[in-house]
Unconditional design. Sequence first.
Length: 91
Amino acid sequence: MRIYNVLINLFKRKDLSPIEMSRKTIKKMGYRLDGNDIYLKTYPNGRTMIWLSESGMKLKVYAGGYGESDFWPGPLLDQESLWRFIKEHEI
């Protein structure tokens, strides 16, 4: 019985917190970790940076000597909304 419980808990999927879910989504979108909860994606004509925190997410786009930023206040709950927000604001 004890071995059975160990095996069940070994393969059991744990629930992700909103910040962990956001990290996973951002990495799936092709961003690489560039510091403590800072993600970066470079393009030939610029780059997009994302800062995650408990209070929300800051997204900054740099292109051709110009930068623009936006902030999405927390909590970061919905994975689809997060994906859509990033796609609308990245290069």
